[in-house]
Design a protein around this ligand. Structure first.
Ligand SMILES: [Zn+2]
Ligand SMILES: [Zn+2]
Length: 368
């Protein structure tokens, strides 16, 4: 029987290459031949501190070719063998209100935090048949309820590997933050996520984009400028708040997007102070379990709205794919590194800043 190779997370920061049986594809299912699995900050967290002990094929930002498609799969969903596709990591129920509005990320069927039987690529146990529930493998299984997008012509698999941070960029800055024509925006953190937000804000017509980073981010801040940032600030060298006030003539910014990682309470505190006098919006990722002395009074006095960054909707993915196809921005400055299947461990650690230096976005290419 044909076997499929996969990199399996078997414990904290521990990967084993294992093989699984090639799945039987039912009439309403399909098989994806993996081309690129994007690696993001979430992978860094989930790898170092897995949410459970079960073996998991990670990889939730997946691009590949439909290698086999059941007749019903093609009839219902419009995808056929040979199509290059992006597969969202959310696997929907197709029945709830969230699914009907394209907000699959909120569907209970894919919510692993609350539903032990949830299916989500890169999170679901490899013990659950037919096992191939993650992109760090040669093939992935697509049931009828996988959410699939066509990759536009002219977009390579590697470029398409940016679709997830770009879709998050659309969702968080445009849909959640309300960024648009003439907006002023503070983007904290110049990683792949912050840089993608920069592109989306620029495309949407923001008149002022400020990107902050730390002293280790020198090269990334240069990329931010190349992608449309008007100003970059090293928060370790400069008084960021004073600099933002100076740049904005004392007015502050309309929108703050927190794309930092491991920076504690600082980005939120800076964001609250950097927002304009009234009615600014801040989109947060909120990785902190506790926040001592949270400045709630300032928040209410400034009439600030806080929104939660939670992945992307169907619409955001489609817009992100169009953004990639436009070739309007030098996105090759973000797609810095590729790794093979046997190097999953190194690839994730490198994205986290411990391994190969200067990685912005890493593509896992299982056939490399
Ligand atoms: Zn991700
Ligand atoms: Zn649903």
């Amino acid at each position: 029987m044909e076997r499929v190779l996969a990199a399996v997370r078997v414990g904290p920061s521990e990967t084993q290459i294992r093989d699984f049986p090639m799945p039987e594809i039912p009439a309403d299912g399909a098989l994806l031949k993996m081309e690129v699995g994007g690696i993001c900050g979430t992978d860094v967290k989930m790898y170092a501190t897995p949410p459970s002990k079960v073996p998991v094929i990670m990889g939730h930002e997946n691009i590949g070719y439909i290698a086999k498609a059941g007749r019903e799969f093609t009839r219902r969903k419009g995808f056929k063998e040979g199509d290059l596709v992006f597969v969202e990591h959310y696997v929907m129920c197709g029945q709830c209100e969230w699914c009907h509005v394209g907000q699959y990320r909120h569907c209970e069927n894919t919510d692993w935090r609350y539903n032990p039987d949830a299916i989500r690529y890169g999170y679901t146990s490899a013990e659950k048949a037919p096992h191939l529930w993650g992109g760090f493998a040669q093939y992935m299984y697509l049931p009828w309820n996988a959410v699939v997008h066509h990759v536009p012509k002219g977009v390579t698999p590697e470029l398409a590997g940016l679709v997830t941070p770009m879709a998050n960029g659309v969702e968080w800055s445009l849909f959640d933050g309300g960024v648009g024509y003439n907006s002023s925006v503070l983007i904290q953190g110049p990683g792949q996520q912050g840089l993608s937000q920069t592109v989306v804000c620029k495309q949407a017509g923001a008149s002022l984009i400020i990107v902050t980073g730390t002293s280790k981010d020198g090269a990334r801040l240069e990329v931010a400028k190349a992608l449309g940032a008007d100003y970059v600030i090293d928060v370790q060298k400069e008084d960021a708040l004073a600099r933002i006030r100076e740049i904005t003539g004392g007015n502050g910014v309309d929108v703050v997007l927190d794309c930092s990682a491991g920076a504690g309470t600082m980005p939120i505190l800076l964001g609250v102070d950097a927002l304009k006098r009234k009615a600014g919006t801040m989109v947060v990722q909120g990785e902190l379990a506790e926040f001592p002395n949270f400045p709630l009074a300032k928040l209410t006095l400034k009439f600030i709205t806080i929104k939660s960054a939670r992945g992307h909707s169907y619409k955001a993915c489609e817009l992100a794919l169009q953004q990639l196809a436009s070739r309007r921005f030098p996105l090759e400055k973000i797609t810095t590194h590729t790794f093979g299947l046997k190097d999953v461990d190194l690839a994730i650690k490198s994205v986290g800043g411990h391994g190969v230096p200067d990685v912005i976005h890493a593509s896992l290419m299982p056939w490399k």
